[in-house]
Design a protein around this ligand. Structure first.
Ligand code: GLN
Ligand code: ZN
Length: 751
């Protein structure tokens, strides 16, 4: 048996990757020094791999995104980026003014760049896999070249069509078109494999995670055709992950040498292995170490699993269940975590040592067996339990999920209290997190200023932003969220049962990092979390100030979470803690509470058959925390969600107002609401894109509202930006909001 690992985080222990990129972008680092830094990171990762596993890939350290690299590899470079001029163009495609669209990678928090297929004239433009293999070979390091497979690439790409009616950019869903494009793409892959054959790697790793999606029979047929054409150069090992393959038989029949299965995300692959077997002449690449969660594995149980797998197939390679880049690099620096918790954790580096222990344990190495037994003892230490929370959950009744009055009656009470004009204006919550705000927070964290001084500073910021919003003429105000680093981490730090890390950074895209919290125990609220700031803000104005909470589903989906409790239960625990906050805000006289759920849609499982169970508890979790008094207006916010297929779940959340993105789609998004008959809730139209520094044009914003008015009556529409303003500058925010408020005022006269 051999061990393989892949997808190790590229960030570096001290976030070196981020620094290199950002310094290069700023111009403080020359290209040569930049590459030198990158090469050092490459060699470092090879060392970490070598220490622990037999096999590992090259071509893993993309300078921005591996799907972008795949597009460039096959020459799928849209005309607007040509002529391609090395790094300059590369980063223009990634983050320039006309960059490719950034979107969620499967159901993870990583984002990839969506390739745009303009022509079928693919060609081998950059042989990244060969180049990187040779880079390592030069240093005497033996690797397996790795690349994203043609099927997954096309599944994620969009086709650009130009007709007399204009340009459309859409996913390729037509089987004929898909096949035709693939036919042109495969020769490029053949060419790459031919060049790789010459350097004689043990195998080439091809990532095809799209094979876990719901696929049509014609798609599986195409996959087979593709691999018939790609086999015969070198041994191919096809990796799948994040879920079970959607057609097990078709997958194991593929004419390739190695087949990778995720044996962690659910039991389906494993059951299929047991029932349908596995071809003797192929290598089973078993993903048994969880690449998405931070928990140490029960290695004794894993050893038994390996013994079982060996009975099914002697040609066994064990590996992580999916790329390791969803995990922080190493536990090393986490000296603030409680030891009972730390003992249960394994970040990326520790996952590699688990693979090593398993291999040595299997060979009967006594030291390894000792460590395996020891880690099991540590796993059994119970930690973070709270009987009261458990009791509260088991005592929940149907009534806890239902508000006391139906919407049509609530809305009357709310209107009386709020007395808002039509087209009410508001913002999504955060205002610019300036250098000053970050500096003061850092000073406070380093104890350079006292808690009182820090709080005074935050109060001063709140007072300023309240005054500004009044001057701008906004109808519903916010306190600005200056006290928050991140909408999830802020609550994680306040809640019991959730830990936050010091250095547990994970790349979300480009050089953007975040630190996912770790939900390890029963979640509860020790004391109010947001009350002080919100009530202070409200005390400064006659206008309503929104209470601002992050929703239970988003807190859960953007954190690592315990595995000894169903996700549903964890969500209810978080929801109850938030419910307590809602009650406190109400008591303090707050009339509107916004519960943000940007991760509500994207947390949905990959396969449709699993949607109903996910959305059912997700909706309930939201309703549990949103069971406010009828006169309290509950808002939710989802930035960039596709509502088309899930509108009935959205409706079931029973909020009073939802704010959504509407500017990128020029208001088209609103069509989803037409598909739900009897839609009666208020919708906040995100009339301008907060990701752009540009000051939004009044006519463009108005056009979006008018587009929406074709579908929803004016009484239901609010006007707001499409997300929080924390990444913008004041000099952008002020004129933008001024225009936005004027749009509302003019529309009140016009329609
Ligand atoms: N209230 C948050 C903010 O304004 C919402 C952020 C989000 O949806 N991502 O920043
Ligand atoms: Zn948002």
């Amino acid at each position: 048996m051999q061990t393989l690992a892949y997808g190790f985080p590229k960030l570096g222990k001290k976030r070196e990757f981020k620094q290199l990129l950002e310094n290069f972008w700023k111009g403080t680092l020359e290209e040569e020094a930049f590459y030198e830094g990158i090469n050092n990171l490459k060699l470092e990762r090879a060392k970490i791999y070598q220490k622990n596993v037999d096999l590992f890939p090259s071509n893993e350290l993309s300078l921005y995104d591996f799907i972008l690299d795949t597009a460039i590899m096959v020459g799928a470079i849209p005309g607007r980026f040509q002529p391609y001029q090395g790094l300059k163009t590369y980063f223009e495609m990634a983050k320039g003014k006309q960059a490719l669209e950034l979107t969620k990678w499967f159901n993870t928090n990583y984002h990839y760049l969506v390739p745009e297929i303009e022509t079928k004239d693919f060609s081998l433009f950059e042989n990244f896999p060969l180049k990187d293999f040779l880079f390592y070979q030069n240093f005497g390091v033996n690797t397996l070249p790795k690349l994203v497979g043609p099927f997954t690439f096309l599944k994620l790409a969009k086709l650009v069509k130009t007709s007399s009616e204009g340009i459309t950019v859409e996913k390729i869903t037509d089987s004929k078109v898909f096949e035709e494009i693939l036919k042109h793409l495969v020769p490029v892959y053949q060419e790459i494999l031919k060049t790789l054959k010459e350097v004689e790697p043990q195998a080439v790793l091809i990532e095809e995670p799209a094979l876990v999606m719901d696929l049509e029979p014609w798609e599986w047929k195409l996959v087979k055709k593709v691999y018939e054409k790609l086999s015969g150069f070198t041994d191919l090992w096809v990796l799948t992950y994040y879920d079970s393959v959607s057609d097990y038989q078709a997958f194991i029949d593929l004419p390739v040498k190695g087949l990778g299965l995720d044996l962690v995300s659910n039991a389906e692959n494993f059951n299929n292995l047991k029932q349908l077997g596995f071809p003797e002449d192929k290598i089973l690449i078993a993903g048994i170490i969880n690449g998405r969660q931070v928990w140490r594995a029960n290695l004794e149980a894993k050893l038994r699993e390996i013994e079982f797998l060996l009975k099914i197939n002697q040609n066994l390679v064990i590996t992580n269940s999916c790329p390791l880049f969803h995990l922080p690099v190493s536990l090393e620096g986490e000296d603030l975590l409680p030891i009972e918790l730390k003992n249960k954790l394994a970040f990326a580096e520790e996952k590699l040592t688990e693979l090593d222990l398993l291999k040595r344990g299997l060979e009967g190495d006594l030291e390894a067996l000792g460590l395996i037994a020891e880690s099991k003892d540590k796993l059994q230490v119970s930690f973070g339990q709270n009987e009261e929370v458990k009791a509260r959950i088991s005592n929940l009744t149907e009534q806890d999920f239902i508000r006391d009055l139906p919407y049509q009656e609530r809305i009357k009470l709310q209107q009386q209290r709020l007395n808002l004009p039509i087209f009410p204006t508001t913002t999504i919550g955060s205002f610019p997190q300036t250098e000053e705000v970050r500096r003061m927070r850092a000073k406070f964290n380093k104890r350079e200023i006292s808690l009182d001084e820090y709080k005074d500073f935050i109060r001063q910021k709140i007072a300023e932003v309240i005054k500004l919003q009044e001057e701008l003429g906004l109808d519903v105000l916010v306190h600005g969220e200056f006290e928050r680093t991140d909408m999830v981490e802020f609550f994680a730090q306040k809640l019991e049962g959730i830990a936050t890390t010091k250095e547990g950074w994970v790349l979300s895209y480009g050089s953007r990092v975040y630190r996912p919290p770790i939900i390890y125990g029963d979640v509860w609220r020790k004391e109010p979390m947001t009350l002080e700031e919100i009530t202070y803000a409200q005390s400064l104005t006659q206008k309503p100030v929104k209470g601002m909470l992050t929703g239970p589903v988003t807190i859960l989906n953007w954190s690592y979470y315990r595995e000894d409790l169903p996700k549903e239960q964890i969500a209810y625990q978080i929801a109850l803690a938030l419910f307590d906050e809602v009650k406190d805000l109400e008591k303090a006289g707050i009339k509107i509470i916004q519960i943000d759920e940007p991760a509500f849609r994207e947390g949905a499982p990959i396969k449709r058959k699993d949607w109903d169970s996910y959305f059912t508890w997700a909706v309930k979790a939201f309703r549990l925390c949103a069971k406010a008094l009828p006169e309290t207006q509950i808002h939710t916010h989802m930035c960039y969600s596709e509502f088309n297929e899930i509108i009935s779940y959205i409706a079931a959340m029973d909020f009073d107002v939802i704010s959504i993105e509407a500017s990128r789609s020029k208001g088209e998004i609103i069509e989803a609401f037409e598909t739900f008959s009897g839609w009666d809730r208020q919708v906040g139209l995100g009339v301008y894109d907060i990701h752009s520094p540009a000051i939004p044009d009044k006519e463009e914003m108005k056009a979006i509202v008018k587009r929406a008015l074709k579908i929803l009556p004016k009484e239901l529409l609010w006007i707001n930006p499409d997300c929080g303003l924390k990444t913008r500058k004041w000099e952008e925010v002020i004129p933008a909001l001024k225009n936005m408020v004027e749009v509302a005022q003019e529309l009140r006269q016009e329609v």
